[in-house]
Design a protein around this ligand. Structure first.
Ligand SMILES: C[S@@+](CC[C@H](N)C(=O)[O-])C[C@H]1O[C@@H](n2cnc3c(N)ncnc32)[C@H](O)[C@@H]1O
Length: 315
């Protein structure tokens, strides 16, 4: 019988529990028992490819794979990489009309000749958020020579990061959020798809990493986008994520979350700020001088999502 006609076995509730514990352990992504179908639909081909006859057998192969390749395939299949250029336009208006002008003013007052601008895209997927920020900076600032710009994108999916690094997008992907004018100014046409022009690609930096691992840099970024990833995590994991992100921000740095996400704080670590109808969070000076690595500063976030948010939805 051809391998691809082999019937996919069902998943018992005990197997689902083991899968969900493992996925949460390696990525933070929380799948409850209602997401059994996701394992079956997204990992069926991996089951066949590895000639596993049960879901437990496949899980054990993934756990024991010293190359890490099966684990990568699991993450690539389970993570939802949905994104688009200039997604939910408001954060980019905020960047253009408030965050970047304020940052430049601050740095100019501090005496910088060549102004550093450091932006971090947490869970950047295939890179559209990173390139949207770069397009916006170019349009806003014109000649970029007076600026030292780096936009860093991090994602746990090596497949997503590989596409982001190449800066190559299909016609369908560029049609989602890019005007024809922006497309011709910032991309070169390929026989199939479009590639970000080198001068803009060079302002981006991509890395495969788990945002929950203790590797995030400290006090390095002016602006962090962390959108549409915390929705896949449970409350405790979200707290950990935002603590790490808060540590990454410089004094007066800003955090932008997704349009349906919000962070409620229990102290003065990150303060909600408003620009027109857009909310963002700003790190106060006091927090940096108090030393944000201290144990007493841990677990100080009470992260929640607005009532219309669909928790932990992965589709
Ligand atoms: C829905 S996309 C969001 C993309 C982009 N931020 C946006 O809003 O358009 C969610 C991304 O989170 C990534 N992700 C999930 N868990 C992660 C983790 N623990 N560390 C880093 N990235 C993660 C997934 O691989 C996926 O690309």
């Amino acid at each position: 019988m051809a391998l691809n006609t082999v019937t996919i076995p069902g998943l018992t509730s005990v197997e689902m529990l083991h899968w969900s514990q493992y996925i949460q352990q390696i990525s933070g992504i929380h799948l409850d028992s209602t997401k059994t179908y996701l394992i079956q639909t997204r990992l069926g081909s991996l089951l066949r490819k590895t000639k596993s006859t049960t879901w437990s057998e496949l899980l054990s192969k993934i756990r024991n794979d010293v190359t890490g390749q099966l684990r990568n395939e699991l993450i690539n299949s389970i993570a939802t990489n949905e994104t688009s250029f200039f997604r939910d336009i408001a954060p980019f208006e905020l960047l253009k009309n408030k965050l970047i002008p304020d940052l430049i003013d601050r740095r100019a007052k501090e005496g910088y000749k060549r102004i550093p601008i450091r932006i971090f895209s947490a869970a950047c997927s295939t890179g559209q958020e990173v390139y949207s920020a770069i397009i916006l900076l170019k349009e806003l600032l014109g000649d970029l020579n007076g600026y030292d710009i780096l936009v860093t994108g991090v994602d746990i999916s090596d497949r997503a990061i590989s596409q982001a690094s190449k800066g190559i997008f299909s016609s369908m992907e560029v049609a989602r959020g890019l005007s024809p004018d922006r497309l011709s100014r910032f991309f070169n046409a390929l026989p199939k798809g479009y590639k970000v022009k080198d001068e803009y690609r060079s302002l981006a930096n991509f890395k495969k990493a788990n945002l929950l691992a203790p590797i995030l840099p400290f006090n390095e970024y002016d602006i962090v986008f962390c959108r549409n990833v915390a929705i896949y995590f449970e409350a405790e994991t979200r707290r950990k994520l935002f603590q790490g992100i808060c540590n990454m921000l410089k004094s007066e740095g800003s955090l932008i979350v997704g349009s349906t996400e919000t962070i409620a704080m229990m102290n003065d670590t990150l303060n909600a700020a408003y620009h027109h109808n857009t909310v963002y969070y700003q790190k106060s000076d006091a927090h940096v001088s108090a030393g944000i690595h201290s144990a007493s500063k841990q677990n100080q976030f009470n992260t929640f999502f607005q009532p219309n948010q669909k928790h932990n939805s992965i589709v």
